[in-house]
Design a binder for this molecule. Structure first.
Ligand code: SF4
Ligand code: SF4
Length: 79
């Protein structure tokens, strides 16, 4: 696959936010470093929930979803 085509591989990530415990494991494995804890918000468990800052940079690799111990994350491939 050409680099240009790789850049087009995208994903859409959604978070079942109230299940998140803010452990940041998902952020640590994201190859494009677009996940961060949202320090402006607090979920039902009392944590700053994880979120994607720049969805257009997501490559849809699903590493975040596979890593999350609490099954918070769903990744959909977007073409
Ligand atoms: S699917 Fe991959 S690139 Fe997208 S947010 Fe998750 S770890 Fe990052
Ligand atoms: S790995 Fe799961 S529980 Fe931990 S911060 Fe990410 S979404 Fe939240």
């Amino acid at each position: 696959m050409k680099e240009k085509d790789m850049a087009k591989a995208k994903g859409h990530v959604s978070f079942d936010e109230d299940r998140c415990k803010g452990c940041a494991l998902c952020a640590s494995v994201c190859p494009v470093k677009i996940i961060a804890m949202d320090t402006n918000r607090i979920n039902k468990k009392g944590y700053h929930p994880a979120g994607v800052m720049q969805m257009d940079k997501c490559i849809g690799c699903a590493s975040c979803a596979l890593t999350c111990p609490d099954l918070v994350i769903t990744v959909e491939k977007v073409s």
